[in-house]
Design a binder for this molecule. Structure first.
Ligand SMILES: Nc1ncnc2c1ncn2[C@@H]1O[C@H](COP(=O)(O)OP(=O)(O)OP(=O)(O)O)[C@@H](O)[C@H]1O
Length: 231
């Protein structure tokens, strides 16, 4: 039994067009730990993340982030809770290409109400820590790996309790995939946050503290290391 998990999903169900994408999903994740959910394309991984983000109104069950049940929040408070507790990394980074990396990262802090000097200070420190060129160049000119590391910096700038990533290495070559996966799964130790990654890439998922597969709307534990030939 975990005490006050950062993420607590109970009996989550969601159907679309008569198909149960999520069918009684249970998931808990404390601070300082990572969890990966794998599953083939169309199995519902992004749908699960969207429920955790509060972007989808699920049919049944509960999602609690940092102790707060999302269903109990009005839209404005939900947006604030999301901003204050969660950071998100997307497959293609979703940064603004014409801005510099530091502007991209600082903007997320400015939108959260952080003062300008503090926002840019945090952004610079994070980018230096994550090995991204800070401001010499528009983000469009970064390499794919640098862009994803900048996206991680943006997701961290408001010091989230929970970092979510949807196919974060899906657009990267092998070398950058390894580096970004390594970075993501080191965040629980270095930043103390909980990390939830959804991916179809088993080699990325293998780095997580906990692994589950989404099969027919249910999460199945997959805690056997790949090297032992789980399947
Ligand atoms: N609003 C919707 N209306 C109809 N179908 C939907 C809707 N949302 C999701 N789906 C379908 O539900 C399934 C699951 O989608 P989801 O994006 O969650 O899968 P996924 O596992 O993340 O896939 P991928 O790995 O390709 O991103 C897909 O077949 C998708 O087309």
């Amino acid at each position: 039994m975990q005490v006050n998990p950062v993420l607590d999903v109970r009996d989550l169900s969601y159907s679309v067009a008569g198909r149960a994408l999520l069918d009684g999903v249970n998931l808990t994740l404390p601070a300082g730990e990572s969890l990966a959910v794998t599953g083939p394309s169309g199995s519902g991984k992004s749908t699960l993340l969207n429920c955790v983000l509060g972007l989808i109104r699920y049919d049944d069950g509960a999602v609690r982030i940092a102790g707060q049940d999302l269903a109990g929040l009005k839209p404005r408070n939900l947006a604030r809770h999301r901003r204050d507790t969660m950071g998100m990394v997307f497959q293609f980074g979703e940064l603004l290409p014409e801005l510099t990396p530091v502007e991209n990262v600082a903007m997320a802090a400015l939108l959260a109400g952080v003062k300008r000097a503090e926002a840019f200070g945090r952004a610079r420190r994070l980018l230096v820590d994550l090995g991204v060129p800070v401001e010499a160049t528009p983000t469009a000119e970064l390499s794919g790996g640098e862009r994803q590391r900048a996206a991680v910096a943006r997701a961290l700038v408001n010091r989230p309790a929970l970092l979510l990533a949807d196919e974060p290495t899906g657009s990267l070559d092998t070398q950058n995939r390894e580096a970004v996966a390594e970075l993501l799964f080191s965040l629980p130790r270095t930043w103390g946050c909980a990390v939830l990654v959804v991916t179809h890439d088993e080699s990325v998922a293998a780095r997580a503290d906990h692994r589950f597969a989404l099969r027919e709307g249910r999460l199945v534990a997959e805690d056997v290391p790949l090297s032992r030939g789980a399947r």
